[in-house]
Design a protein around this ligand. Structure first.
Ligand code: FES
Ligand code: FES
Length: 168
């Protein structure tokens, strides 16, 4: 049984109790994905599965047979930052950086949710085919990713600078 992690085939663990987060961090040594609360409350462990964001601390690795997992290491590298990583640097979107990989993975998937018209608690028109990236939508949709350093203003600025459609 295998899954793909950042494009590479990876064998699933024999022990069905291993979380996806522990597989990534302990078995594969992909330490970019962070363990904060380990109980689904902080968002530090957010990764992408087939492009959708999930909390890897709440996921058993064996659930993801045949699926494609992307971690922060698969989004950008030191030599070739993802545009959102560069924006986090430019807009002071972090202090300690512990929450940052989860913030970035979450934001990348969040923008795709907007493009697909997936509504949030603050969406006014539930029938829209796509939803604009307003500050209210952004803050609501990123509310599952906590930042103990309180770098929220920089995080919002970085996401907006990267993904907001230019004004007409
Ligand atoms: S470590 Fe997964 S939500 Fe906090
Ligand atoms: S930058 Fe420190 S927790 Fe967010």
């Amino acid at each position: 049984m295998h899954m793909k992690v950042n494009g590479e085939a990876v064998a699933l663990p024999d022990d069905p109790r291993v979380s996806l987060l522990d597989l990534l961090r302990e078995n594969l040594r992909l330490s970019g994905t962070k363990k904060g609360c380990n109980q689904g409350a902080c968002g530090a462990c957010t990764v992408l599965v087939d492009g959708e964001r999930i909390l890897s601390c709440l996921a058993l690795a064996v659930q993801y047979e045949g699926r494609s997992v992307t971690t922060i290491e698969g989004l950008g590298t030191v030599a070739a930052l993802h545009p959102l990583q560069a924006a986090f640097v430019e807009h002071d979107g972090f202090q300690c950086g512990y929450c940052t990989p989860g913030q970035i993975c979450s934001a990348v998937a969040m923008v795709e949710e907007l493009r697909r018209g997936v509504p949030s608690h603050v969406t006014a028109d539930l029938g829209s085919a796509t939803i604009a990236l307003s500050r209210d939508e952004l803050r609501e949709r990123m509310s599952g990713n906590l930042c103990r350093c309180g770098a929220y203003n920089g995080i919002v600025d970085a996401i907006e600078a990267t993904f907001a459609e230019p004004a007409e």
